[in-house]
Design a protein around this ligand. Structure first.
Ligand SMILES: NC(=O)c1ccc[n+]([C@@H]2O[C@H](COP(=O)([O-])OP(=O)(O)OC[C@H]3O[C@@H](n4cnc5c(N)ncnc54)[C@H](OP(=O)(O)O)[C@@H]3O)[C@@H](O)[C@H]2O)c1
Length: 324
């Protein structure tokens, strides 16, 4: 099979398209013929060797995919060859075949196309578990989303609206904010040209946001923390702008909380909540509350160019890698 292979920690343009033997599924795994996969910022961190997991070389990156079941491990029970699945992967999505734990595979709804299914897992589930189970966002609360037109940010905007919150979207350009507005954001802040803290205060009559969803971190984290209301919760999602330090005194004074939320925790420790998230997300998608945005499609040989879109801050919504 063809796969985009990483043989040393480095940049996207060091990846090479190679012909390799397909992986063998273990007893609790499923072998998938990949039809489409999706590029995540985390792929760029993994090939650098800075991600939570460091696969043995050589490996194909790619953390989620949609495809057809080719073979089922001896201990699996939920799928059979020919079934359409969407899956969370350890890695390996940028290849014509990939393996996933059966517990990380979900049936694709009949009316969902392959490209949409390839982008449906990480973005939506990560934001859902964070907002629903960690921050416990209530209807009527205000949700501030940073990087609101990005892969996970845009899903957070839609999930906030589906849960009945007022959503303030923050992004670095007018074009990105317009995309967040089209996906339901009530109010918009360009944090490149204005102060996030001042703008949130103005939009909330000085009260602040109840929850902030932050996949950016860096210098913006400090302003986001200051933008929280009494009892506010900041969801620590990612660090594309750098890893911030959290000043504990500023949590205390307004009874605020900083909450880490990792999809990996739910995969390994709360599979029940993960399944509940997928069920609710599919129901919302059927009701038209979620409108996955696929902004670009690349072929397998062009995975490095697709990753560069994210690293150079041009990407909006999701970028699909189409195998055909
Ligand atoms: N905790 C979890 O379970 C979980 C799950 C999935 C992803 N994540 C993390 O979430 C983060 C975002 O992932 P993603 O796949 O959504 O990425 P993405 O599509 O590239 O979105 C990231 C957004 O961050 C903003 N940004 C600010 N500074 C940036 C910079 N220097 N370079 C690139 N973007 C920058 C951009 O928006 P503006 O230009 O508008 O600022 C961009 O839209 C990553 O750190 C990822 O590892 C965490």
């Amino acid at each position: 099979m063809r796969a985009m292979i990483c043989r040393a920690w480095g940049a996207p343009d060091e990846l090479r398209l190679e012909e390799i033997a397909p992986p063998e599924p273990a007893a609790d795994q499923i072998l998938i013929k990949v039809t489409a996969s999706c590029v995540n910022y985390a792929d760029t961190i993994m090939i650098k060797g800075h991600y939570q997991s460091r696969p043995d070389f050589p490996f194909a990156p790619g953390l989620e995919a949609c495809g057809e079941v080719l073979r089922c491990g001896a201990a699996t029970t939920r799928f059979k060859p020919g079934d359409r699945v969407m899956a969370l992967l350890g890695h390996g999505g940028f290849a014509e075949q990939a393996i996933a734990l059966e517990s990380d595979c979900f049936a694709v709804p009949d009316d969902m196309d392959d490209d949409t299914a390839a982008t449906f897992m990480i973005g939506y589930i990560s934001s859902h578990v964070a907002i629903r189970w960690q921050a416990k966002l209530e209807p009527g609360e205000t949700l501030l989303v940073l990087g609101a037109a990005g892969g996970v940010g845009l899903t957070a905007v839609e999930i906030g609206k589906a849960l009945g919150a007022t959503v303030i979207a923050g992004a670095s350009s007018t074009e990105k904010l317009e995309i967040a507005r089209q996906h339901g954001a009530d109010q918009l802040i360009n944090y490149k040209s204005t102060s996030l803290k001042k703008s949130v205060a103005e939009l909330t009559d000085g009260k602040g946001a109840n929850v902030c969803y932050d996949p950016v971190g860096g210098d913006l984290f400090d302003e986001a923390l200051s933008s929280l209301a009494w009892g506010g919760r900041i969801l620590v999602i990612g660090f594309v702008g750098g890893i911030p330090k959290i000043p504990a005194n500023r949590l205390l004074v307004k009874n605020r909380s900083a909450m880490g939320s990792s999809l990996r925790y739910y995969r390994e420790h709360r599979p029940d909540q993960l399944r509940a998230s997928v069920e609710e997300l599919i129901a919302w998608w059927r009701d038209g509350k979620l409108k996955p945005l696929i902004s670009q499609r690349f072929s397998l040989e062009n995975v490095p160019a697709a990753m560069a879109e994210l690293l150079e801050r041009r990407a909006v919504g999701r970028i699909v890698i189409a195998m055909a």
